[in-house]
Design a protein around this ligand. Structure first.
Ligand code: NAI
Ligand code: AKG
Length: 467
């Protein structure tokens, strides 16, 4: 009885907190009815705007915007902006030539109030603790927006994968697992695919982790189909981008994907699958680029032929520019092309203030993480270019990662159709929730997405309590 009373008191206190927060939300929602993006920016502290281009501060800036709308107490902001745990490890690797090289690797576990930490591990020379911290926070909000029961994390190894052989990449991955295995795992923190880290890297992760902890397929997602992977994960992020675009066009009363023109930056996992699926639904992909430049064809590029071309040249020399079905263009030229939708699907910070002024599109659908700087975002808002933000638009990857994790826990594989149907439901449902807030409160889609995410994370945090 005493226990029950304590439980009831605790539950009542939690509910009171949530109701108070909800009332504050409703109150501010009404007050913010006429809020425009411009006003939101004018509320930002000067020093924050000054450093707005910094990747490190980007997510925090968007988080603070949503906080202004929700009017949550300051101490809650601090709690949610501060990562749970930051790890820096040194990986000593024997290169193929016998020399020892040291690589820095980072993992930031941002928030786990809604479930185990979740997020990819990227291999890139641009990786730093600041980047990883910002991206880990982005994943906290992303998992909440698309409503999968995970928290947010991100990792990265500072290296240039094009200078590494496959055995060297394997040794780095295995060393990474050896260093992090005690703070990661199926119910704790689950990595997934990211830049230059595809299904083979996930397979090595699974293998190495299982050596120490026993057979654990759910310790990592994005694994190959032959090794406990899920149907549909390979193309999930690109498919999610296509579904997000479909919903955007539908809600804007602009019809279907068919006939719309697209420019896509990045032709790796996400960019190439988004291109293929958008063209399957009749979209005209007029330009694609990778890190070496790209190709342009006003009549639309034959994406399947392009993919065959790239595959034939892989792993070395698969450059877009050498594809005969279009004219070569530079990345700078690509950014100025007229199109309906520009899809950044490569690296961060592409749309800065200057590029935002030059873009010649109606919408930006952010397939990459953090492709728009805070200053760039401000210019896009001023110019009336709609942005479907990363925190939602590339959520297809983590949604199907969640499906893979569920299947691994059940030891039962779902059919491909079922995975795709469930992904469609999740992307459509999340879009509707964002759209409703966007319309009702007159907020930019990005702020609307963060508002929804924050409510989810805050509710979970408060229900769990602080003891
Ligand atoms: N793989 C996934 O499931 C997910 C990936 N993302 C994000 O999508 C983006 C792309 O990731 P992936 O396709 O997995 O990586 P990837 O490594 O498969 O492909 C990256 C592509 O970007 C190109 N690229 C690199 N630097 C460039 C530059 N300066 N200009 C133009 N292109 C450049 C590369 O040549 C390559 O075509 C990243 O921002 C990643 O964080 C987000 C959610 C999930
Ligand atoms: O866990 C995954 O599938 C990768 C998720 C991720 O890092 C992201 O969506 O940015």
């Amino acid at each position: 009885m005493a226990l029950l009373a304590i439980f009831r008191r605790g539950a009542a206190a939690c509910c009171r907190n949530i109701f108070q927060a909800e009332r504050r939300f409703q109150h501010t929602a009404a007050a913010f009815d006429q809020f425009s993006g411009e006003e939101l920016y004018s509320e930002l502290p000067e020093e924050q705007l000054a450093s707005a281009g910094s990747q490190a501060l980007r997510t925090d800036t968007f988080v603070r915007e949503a906080f202004q709308v929700l009017d949550y107490p300051e101490r809650l902001q601090k709690l949610l902006l501060t990562p749970h745990r930051e790890i820096h490890v040194e990986l000593n690797i024997v290169r193929d030539n016998g020399e020892i090289e040291i690589f820095n690797a980072y993992r930031v576990q941002h928030d786990n109030s809604r479930g185990p930490f979740k997020g990819g591990f990227r291999f890139s020379p641009q990786v730093s603790m600041d980047d990883v911290r910002s991206l880990s926070s982005l994943n906290t909000w992303k998992t909440a927006v698309v409503d999968v029961p995970f928290g947010g994390a991100k990792g990265g190894v500072c290296c240039d994968p094009k200078d590494l052989t496959e055995p060297e990449l394997e040794r780095i991955t295995r060393k990474l697992v050896q260093s992090l295995k005690d703070v990661m795992g199926p119910d704790v923190d689950i990595p997934g695919p990211e830049i230059s880290a595809g299904s083979q890297v996930m397979a090595w992760w699974f293998d190495e982790y299982s050596k120490y902890k026993g057979f654990s397929p759910a310790c990592v997602t994005g694994k190959p189909l032959d090794l406990h992977g899920s149907f549909g994960r390979e193309y999930a992020t690109g498919r999610g981008v296509m579904l997000a675009t479909r919903e955007l066009l539908r809600h804007e009363h602009l019809g279907k994907i068919a006939g719309k023109t697209f420019v896509i930056q990045g032709f790796g996992n996400v960019g190439s699958w988004a291109a293929e699926l958008l063209s399957l639904y009749g979209g005209k992909i007029i330009a694609v680029t990778d890190r070496t430049g790209g190709i342009y064809n006003a009549a639309g590029i034959d994406i399947l032929s392009l993919k065959r071309h790239m595959k034939a040249k892989a792993p070395f020399g698969g450059h877009l520019r050498s594809f005969p079905g279009g004219e070569p263009i530079t990345i700078e030229e690509m950014l100025k092309l007229q199109c309906d939708i520009f899809i950044p699907a490569a690296v961060p910070d592409v749309i800065d203030e200057k590029v935002a002024r030059e873009l010649n599109c109606r919408y930006v659908v952010e397939a990459a993480n953090g492709p728009t700087t805070v200053e760039g975002d401000k210019v896009l808002r001023e110019r009336g270019i709609g942005v479907l933000p990363d925190v939602y638009a590339n959520g297809g990857g983590v949604i199907v990662s969640f499906f893979e994790w569920v299947q691994n826990q059940q030891t039962y594989r779902w059919e491909e159709d079922e995975v795709n149907r469930r992904l469609d439901f999740k992307m459509t449902d999340a879009f509707k929730r964002i759209w409703d807030v966007h319309q009702l409160q007159k907020l930019p889609l990005r702020t609307a997405a963060y508002v929804i995410a924050m409510r989810g994370v805050v509710q979970a945090t408060m229900i769990r309590g602080f003891d």
